[in-house]
Design a protein around this ligand. Sequence first.
Ligand code: HEM
Length: 423
Amino acid sequence: MTSITEEILVTPEVLECPYPFYQRVRDEAPVHQTPLGFWLVSRYDDVLAVVRDHERFSSDMRSSFISGAPSDELRKVMAEGYASVNTLLTNDPPSHTQFRMLVNKAFTPKRVAQLEGEIRQIANELMDRWIGDGRVELVTQFAVGVPLTVIADALGVDRADMAQFKKWSDDAVAPLSGLLTEEQQLDCARSRVEMQHYMAARCREREADPRDDLLSDLVQARFDAGDRAGQGLDMPELLNVIEQLLVAGNETTTKLLAAAMLLLTQHPEQLAMVQADHSRIPNLVEEALRMESPVQMLPRVAKVDVEVGGVAIPAGSILMMMYGCANRDDAKYPDAAQFDTDRANARTNLAFGQGPHFCPGAALARSEARIALETLFGRADHWALDTSVELPTQRELSMTLRGLSALHLTFAAIPASPNGRPS
Ligand code: HEM
């Protein structure tokens, strides 16, 4: 057997099911340098300690991942858009704190609660399209549409522009793979510029005529302190935040929904319990986040020489925070490989990160997942994998984002009662 420090994380077999590999990492070399150069941090306590410690670990990975200068053509396309600025994901305190406080003003519990009715309506509308069929490909026909439509509405995107918006959102995520050809990079850059101009127009509309929505909150939010106290985000900053909401919020929530449904169809006894008692759904969502974390890992860079889990790591090293692996650490979660919708500490999972970069969309994602699942279970039962399809599940192979690209299910619609609701 090869030593774990020689195993490569990126083989198709490991990407398809990384959990046996993760277990070996946690057991044999919980903090170690991979043959690719970066360090893996795998145990729950170590991941938590690093992400909370922004003094010694930076999120600013821009210089580490930029592979060569952009071509002249790419530069020309980018020059037609707004400047790239550093606001949230790759920023560090104190600058990050200022942007983050401002974004938190838009993501209030009140705003999330206000969106509940709309989320339910969107989930129902999507389900109306296939409830009569007895079968569905859940990813494209439901799980993509819920978060995408919610955020599009919240950002003032016209429903008629949804197909365009979906392409912009996909093209915003695609470059993260680092595997695009020059032509694909150009396409994504053109898409980005188009989206920037479209969203800049929406921002100006909200500036002139604010409404009771997330985009108006973002446009109107003002810095509380510092040299910009009383000012709001300028246009490049607003557009950067909006882009991050798309990149960080859509695919992740889609993947959570599909993962929850797959886990349940693989555990029919737990599916029956959730179907019978919807108050179990919030903890099911936490357990699905823990078992199949949509964001499997994200990097930090050591600002100084550090020690993590007793291992010395030199300044400048890249460390991967293995959220998906930490969430299966038996030291934190007894019998961690077991899917248990009753797990008492499921909500302590690190699927949304922790520390200053803790996901600002966590409450929205939890609410979307809960309401989407309530809608599915409220209107149909006997959910099962559609075995008449050659490949009922298909998975995207990525080290960072884990999730299904297809999930074919069958179900039985629950007959509607006279008041139009399932009896
Ligand atoms: C199941 C769904 C989601 C998962 C698993 C998820 C996961 C994460 C994680 C792990 C981080 C921390 C990044 C780090 O440690 O560096 C993060 C940050 C972030 N998320 Fe989410 N997210 C989800 C949904 C959303 C939604 C719905 C939105 C907004 C609409 C959103 C917006 C963001 C933003 C803007 C950041 C950057 C925050 C910062 O750097 O301060 N996410 N998310």
